[in-house]
Design a protein around this ligand. Structure first.
Ligand SMILES: CC(C)(COP(=O)(O)OP(=O)(O)OC[C@H]1O[C@@H](n2cnc3c(N)ncnc32)[C@H](O)[C@@H]1OP(=O)(O)O)[C@@H](O)C(=O)NCCC(=O)NCCS
Length: 231
């Protein structure tokens, strides 16, 4: 549907503030007891939250699920994502920002394949191309500042995306990737340690377990020793 009303005439700091207040209070009330925090002027649409999620200021987050303790730093733009527990999303990160066709289709302009959008003229009634594909992030993932995760990517548990990277291929468990396009820099741990952490799934342990074992998180070898003792 074309929009012929130029809504920017009505947008101003007060209207933006009121819209944010409505969004923040709706989501925080809906998630009462989960301790959700939504930062200043962030827009949230169609999202599901876990416990203790924090969204920084000026973010746009839509069609996204966040696991317990995961947070998104300011100015990030997350459109379609399933994000596990204990993930740290840096500032100005873009996840699943949308895509246009790069082959077969004659043009990359959405007006040639998609009726939606804010164009003042439409040639189509139905969409011929899927603009978004879900990104899936495992648990305990750190996405560095200014990175872009292209639509459809899967990033496995424990991975790190270095600052300013563009991730165009799936990332394996505990890999550090970086650059544009992002390439494997190194792995965080050796294969046995990675297998151990993936089996341990510490991110699924309860708060009491984490509280009791928090000091073992400062050295992977101590955590492994601890689990051997417990067995
Ligand atoms: C990747 C990162 C975590 C460093 O990890 P590290 O284990 O300390 O790795 P090192 O600094 O030893 O770097 C290892 C290699 O990666 C390269 N590298 C580091 N950061 C990189 C980046 N952003 N892009 C591309 N390559 C990078 C280094 O040049 C080095 O290459 P070399 O082996 O050829 O010399 C860090 O550089 C980074 O990007 N941090 C994100 C910071 C951030 O965004 N903070 C926001 C707050 S959430």
């Amino acid at each position: 549907m074309n929009t012929f009303i130029d809504t920017s005439f009505f947008t101003n700091p007060v209207s933006e503030y009121l819209q944010w207040l409505k969004c923040k209070s709706t989501y925080q009330l809906k998630n009462w007891g989960k301790h959700l925090r939504i930062g200043y002027l962030s827009t949230i649409t169609n999202c599901n939250f876990g416990n203790y999620n924090i969204i920084g200021s000026h973010c746009v987050v839509s069609n996204t699920t966040l696991g317990n303790y995961s947070y998104i730093n300011s100015y990030s733009y997350i459109l379609w994502a399933t994000i596990g527990k204990y993930c740290s999303i840096g500032p100005n990160v873009k996840i699943a920002p949308g895509k246009h066709p790069s082959s077969v289709f004659v043009s990359t302009h959405p007006i040639t394949f998609n009726p939606q959008g804010n164009f003042l003229k439409n040639f189509l009634k139905e969409s011929k191309f899927k603009n978004f594909e879900q990104v899936t992030l495992g648990n305990d993932i750190w996405i560095g500042a200014n990175s872009i995760i292209i639509d459809g990517i899967t990033i496995a548990n424990g991975a790190i995306v270095a600052a300013n990277s563009v991730v165009v291929k799936d990332v394996g468990p505990y890999e550090i990737v970086g650059g544009n396009p992002a390439k494997l820099i190194k792995k965080r741990f050796n294969e046995e340690q990675i297998e151990y952490l993936n089996e341990l799934e510490w991110w699924n342990k309860d708060e009491n377990w984490l509280q009791a074992n928090i000091s073992k998180f400062w050295n992977i070898e101590e955590l492994i020793d601890l689990e051997i003792i417990l067995e």
